[in-house]
Design a protein around this ligand. Structure first.
Ligand SMILES: C[S@@+](CC[C@H](N)C(=O)[O-])C[C@H]1O[C@@H](n2cnc3c(N)ncnc32)[C@H](O)[C@@H]1O
Length: 316
């Protein structure tokens, strides 16, 4: 039993996952478990406060897409008598842990990097995806359409996104809504190491998620009473729209929309900046040093000259 699990058994609260499962969903400068709990509580607050005031949990089926080890779900167990709580994630160890420690009442399954989810059409009334679309770079339109498919008519989606709240702090330049669309950073980072970071602007979300969802509300990061913010993400609340959207419909760039061009220019500039930051690997640097040392040595220099001469002779 992990330290976190032991600590919470005593208090009657749901157990905490092992440290590696807690920190993989977000590293923070403070105590990892305190921050894990505080973040989960903040996310619960976001969900409760962004839902329409007449929405109730009674008899609803709810999915936490990309639930990790249940950082958010663990704060909803008090609603499990009235609502069906589901969680899924592509990370096997996290789902195994949720299955062993939060289920029942939580129902969970391991999902794939690619859609679909193993559930019937219209299975859920509410899906939330906290810090998930912030890592989906390539098949984002498939996943938006999958959210549409698994939601019942009129179903609601709450998604966090990386917007103005974190743009400047992360990318080191002022946020300009008219010059940002969907911006991918560190696209090479594997999902098991956190994956790429994907930033979005509000206009872009309204345009490109719009065929699938009516965006009812957009919120900046929640702010504490002292003005600081626990959660840097922004949030949207969206309602499933008919008819069923297509990938083309979501991805299409409308001619005459100047923000699309400006956003693409920002993407190219950021890509060049990232490429400029890539240094040759340690192995490549070692090879260059070895070659230089060889060239300077008494045996190396004639040997390299001989090799060059032989190569030229072969070419002729
Ligand atoms: C930053 S963590 C956030 C976890 C959780 N939502 C929370 O707020 O505590 C992102 C999670 O999404 C999961 N994930 C990424 N892409 C996914 C996908 N396509 N389907 C399901 N889970 C995904 C990751 O494995 C990871 O556990």
């Amino acid at each position: 039993m992990s330290a976190g699990t032991k600590r919470h058994r005593a208090s009657g609260e749901p157990p905490l996952p092992p440290l590696d499962l807690a920190v993989r969903v977000g590293r923070t400068p403070g105590d990892p478990y305190e921050d894990y709990i505080a973040m989960g509580q903040s996310l619960r607050q976001v969900v409760l406060s962004i839902l329409p005031s007449d929405w109730t949990f009674d008899g609803r089926r709810i999915l936490d897409l990309g639930c990790g080890a249940g950082r958010t779900l663990r704060h909803f167990l008090d609603l499990a008598d009235t609502a069906e709580l589901w969680g899924c994630d592509i990370h096997g160890d996290s789902i195994d842990w949720v299955e062993r420690h939060l289920s029942p009442p939580v129902r969970c399954f391991r999902s794939n990097v690619d859609s679909p989810l193993p559930v019937a059409d219209g299975h859920f009334d509410l899906v939330w995806a906290m810090s998930v679309f912030t890592h989906i770079a390539d098949r984002w339109a498939d996943w938006v359409i999958e959210m549409h498919r698994v939601l019942a008519p009129g179903g609601l989606l709450i998604a966090s996104y990386l917007g103005p709240g974190v743009y400047e702090a992360t990318l080191g330049e002022p946020y300009d809504e008219s010059r940002v669309g969907m911006l991918i950073q560190e696209s090479w980072r594997p999902l098991d190491d956190g994956g790429p970071s994907v930033f979005h602007s509000e206009w872009w979300l309204r345009r490109h998620w719009g065929p699938a969802f009516e965006i009812l509300e957009v919120r900046g990061p929640p702010v504490r009473s002292d003005g600081s913010s626990e959660v840097g993400h922004s949030f949207l609340l969206a309602r499933r729209r008919d008819p069923t959207p297509t990938v083309d419909g979501l991805e299409r760039i409308e001619s005459g929309e100047e923000r699309e061009t400006a956003a693409l220019q920002t993407n190219v500039r950021m890509l060049r900046r990232e490429l400029g930051g890539i240094r040759p690997s340690a192995a490549a640097r070692a090879r260059v040093r070895l070659r230089r040392a060889l060239l300077r040595s008494a045996v190396g220099a004639p040997a390299l000259r001989l090799r060059r001469w032989m190569r030229r002779a072969r070419v002729r």
